[in-house]
Design a protein around this ligand. Sequence first.
Ligand SMILES: C=CC1=C(C)c2cc3[nH]c(cc4nc(cc5[nH]c(cc1n2)c(C)c5CCC(=O)O)C(CCC(=O)O)=C4C)c(C)c3C=C
Ligand SMILES: [Fe+2]
Ligand SMILES: [Fe+2]
Length: 368
Amino acid sequence: MDATPPPSPHRRRVAVVLLNLGGPDSPAAVRPFLTNLFRDPAILRVPGLVRPWLGWLIAALRTKAATANYAILGGKSPLLELTQGQAEALEAALQPDLDARCFIAMRYWHPFAEETLREVMAWAPEEVLLLPLYPQFSTTTTGSSADDWTTACAKAGFSIPTTTLCCWHSDPGYAQATARLVTDSYAAARAALPPETPLRVLFSAHGLPESIVEAGDPYQWQIERTVAQVVSNLHIEGLDHLVCYQSRATPQKWITPSTEAEIERAGHEGVALLVCPIAFVSEHSETLVELDVEYREVAEKHGVPGYFRVPAQNSDPAFIAALAGLARRALEGGRSLCSFAGGRQCPKVHADCPHGRIAANAPARAAA
Ligand SMILES: C=CC1=C(C)c2cc3[nH]c(cc4nc(cc5[nH]c(cc1n2)c(C)c5CCC(=O)O)C(CCC(=O)O)=C4C)c(C)c3C=C
Ligand SMILES: [Fe+2]
Ligand SMILES: [Fe+2]
């Protein structure tokens, strides 16, 4: 009889590259971080000759206020540490069936794509999965980070089968994990308020200049899909809720309503607020300072009868399980895909959004 054991199933050696924005790691890093951000053509859409100067100027003008914000957080952004926590938890969740290692590539501060790429190359994976930590696709975030990664690969002459998960705004696991966090905070807020005080949930997303949405960015549409999916998982009858946008950073017209205007309105109406950050999956300056400090002050000033906040997902186990499911399905699909409705392509026509472009840029998967 042949005593040879059956060959063990091959565990794919996958480098999962988590894409995120990054944040300054010291007070001295605030200005160069902002300069990198405002010099990104995806963010500052002005002619190439003007951009370096204008980007430098906007960053210089913003440095003082931004440094004061990061000072509240101990002089730095917590984003890298929190993303490292997510990377460790996701790596553990993927281990049983994949030889996966999670890497982090930040767009505007260390570790930059080219630094991460060196680590990825040294680990010698069979394939790469680009997993943005932005549930909704925007050319300013996922698009910019994916382009940055592609450029770093081209510069290094690194070509490997690569899967890009472009967006996961309606992923059921993500919606359920988020709804759980909202449910807990809603119950705590309700318990803290007199029974007659009405409570409204503000789903607060990072804003965008209106011109970027008009140019075809699917971000706002996807934010609305996410909120609909989360709300349907809450099972709170007659829930008073709406979507609003925070963090306006340029003088252009940004999408509305603004979170600040909605807080003011709630004050006039005598409605308490539970604010849920909806475009971020970890805490950072715009949740810990803008929502928790600045907007709380706005709420107090306008007499909002109660102001509460839903925590970001960070390494919440249900959220990490959702990310692991997304990663597995993306790898099974074997090419760029949207998570909408379980892997079908985003119903937003691809002529209107750049997902097709990312798919075209991704190196072809080697034949199995
Ligand atoms: C034109 C400016 C900006 C656009 C467009 C923009 C889009 C955008 N950003 C996020 C998520 C994050 N933004 C963060 C910081 C940040 N963003 C901008 C400007 C634009 N963002 C600035 C100037 C800054 C720096 C902070 C400040 O000066 O206010 C961060 C990280 C912050 C940290 O603490 O680490 C995140 C995350 C999304 C989702 C988005 C568009 C969809
Ligand atoms: Fe931003
Ligand atoms: Fe998509």
